[in-house]
Design a protein around this ligand. Structure first.
Ligand code: PLP
Length: 475
């Protein structure tokens, strides 16, 4: 399998080369040259594999369709090492439960950091360690986080050979639980850097360091952001697992509703659907930051800056420029790299927007690709959390609540609608208390983490200081 750039660059690459790379040389994102097709016989085979051998074996089957530069036995072992009950809490790994009628919830948030990002990041950690060892190379991951991504990356890379993590976060601005999750890690290869500033300052520092090409090359600086193809690929697996749990035979269809921000999670659903998994609708759920809902309703994609991005009670979806959206638009425009490039470079890059309303292709988003969308606000979130708890005794987090709210508006009788649960309520305790008047349940292994010793350095918002710190700790 070869991978191409959405913006038409002529060079095609293999999986392990894009695993460690970020964007393509022309600023595009990598996608496979074709989506491997799952026919009825293959789907039945996958049904058996999942039922008899479990999630790790299913993951291997899907991944091996896209990865041909890691020996089969090694890839199998990497999947088996990643998707264990020990790490994800259950044998099913991603159990599907019924809420009411056709409405289901697929639990993706029982990994080490209680958010769905663990599903992909845990695999990435093992893939990085494997590939770096094979090449005799090292990697220093530099990132900025306001919560979920940073902790998922740290828990995936902790103790991994050949990898160090330098994670910046805004000092004093994460919830006590999130701070405890990240800062309690005592692994030598994990470095927490609390910046005296806001999240944007952290991002600016990461950009400044990455733009110093000499420093970047000398210290092997890399990232683990959501445009990484391996992360997206790992996410494709749980669409299969959700489908297989919700159906008995291959002639049944299901729909998914996905709480969305950077469009990474739902883009994996798009890939699964393109492979032939019988998905009817893919419903994008946004919060008050609704640029994606606006696109699927109107055909206009208008990004917003930090000043026009609201801080909401589903903070991991506070995104007004969805980094993975380009992948879907590439398919929508018939994989025309030149057209795609003009939409994203001249459109989004220069004008902050593009519009496809008048283009016949726009109808394909709903028709050919099954996309629908909806939006949920703080009031909707509170009402949904309360209703779900009172009627079904099921406590859901704020992001999942956005999904459930929107899913109810898109239900079609007879078709299971699976909402992806992207985090557990304990991570967003304040809003749960506002909705329910009580504290959320806390998984036993997190009792008392706020009191653990913390490993973090506080620094002023200065890229040079971060560079000095990295240099000092790469000796
Ligand atoms: C990251 C995240 C999202 C958004 O996922 P995307 O892949 O960016 O669309 C939703 N909910 C939670 C809890 C997250 O951490």
């Amino acid at each position: 399998m070869l991978y191409l750039s959405t913006r038409g660059h002529s060079e095609q690459k293999r999986f392990c080369d894009i695993l460690l790379a970020g964007l393509a040389p022309d600023g595009g994102l990598y996608l496979p040259v074709t989506y491997p097709q799952i026919d009825d016989a293959k789907l039945s085979e996958l049904r058996n594999v999942y039922a008899q051998q479990g999630y790790a074996a299913l993951a291997y089957e899907i991944l091996s369709l896209y990865i041909d530069d890691i020996p089969a036995a090694d890839l199998k072992a990497l999947c088996a090492k990643t998707y264990t009950k020990d790490v994800f809490g259950t044998d099913a790994i991603v159990p599907v439960r019924t809420l009411d009628g056709d409405l289901r919830i697929e639990a993706l948030s029982n990994g080490p950091t209680l958010a769905f990002k663990d599903m992909a990041m845990q695999l990435l950690g093992n893939l990085f360690e494997y590939e770096l060892a094979r090449r005799g190379e090292e990697l220093n991951i530099l990132g900025a986080t306001s919560g979920d991504t940073g902790s998922a990356a740290e828990y995936a890379m902790r103790g991994k050979k050949g990898v160090r993590v330098f994670m910046t976060s805004p000092h004093g601005r994460m919830s006590p639980f999130q701070q405890a999750q990240m800062f309690s890690l005592q692994d030598e290869n994990i470095h927490n850097i609390a910046i005296e500033g806001v999240f944007d300052d952290c991002q600016d520092i990461v950009k400044a360091v990455s733009n110093d090409h000499a420093f970047k090359a000398q210290y092997k600086i890399g990232t683990v952001n959501s445009i990484n193809w391996a992360r997206l690929l790992a996410q494709v697996v749980y669409y299969f697992a959700g489908y297989l749990q919700a159906t008995q035979s291959n002639d049944q269809k299901v729909s998914f509703t996905v709480p969305s921000g950077n469009f990474g999670n739902i883009c994996a659903g798009h890939v699964a659907r393109q492979m032939g998994l019988p998905i009817d609708k893919l419903v994008v759920a946004t919060n008050e930051n609704d640029v994606l809902d606006e696109f699927f309703r109107t055909g206009v994609y208008q990004v917003r800056g930090a000043a026009n991005t609201y801080e909401t009670s589903s903070p991991s979806m506070d995104i007004s420029k969805a980094s993975n959206f380009e992948r879907f638009v590439f398919d929508l425009v018939g994989r025309d790299g030149a057209r795609l490039k003009s939409l994203f470079v001249d459109g989004v890059g220069k004008a902050g927007q593009f519009g496809l309303s008048g283009d016949p292709l726009f109808k394909d988003a709903a028709g050919k690709y099954g996309f629908e969308s909806g939006k949920s606000t703080h009031a909707d979130r509170l009402a949904t959390i309360k209703d779900t708890f009172e009627r079904f005794g099921d406590m859901i987090d704020t992001h999942t609540a956005d999904g459930v709210k929107v899913a109810r508006e898109h239900l079609q009788a007879g078709t299971p609608m699976i909402v992806l649960e992207t985090a557990l309520p304990i991570k967003f305790a304040a809003t749960i208390e506002e909705a329910l008047g009580r504290e959320p349940d806390r998984p036993a292994k997190f009792n008392g983490i706020e009191a653990l010793p913390k490993r973090v350095v506080v620094m002023s918002s200065d890229a040079q200081k971060v560079k000095d710190y990295i240099a000092e700790h790469c000796k």
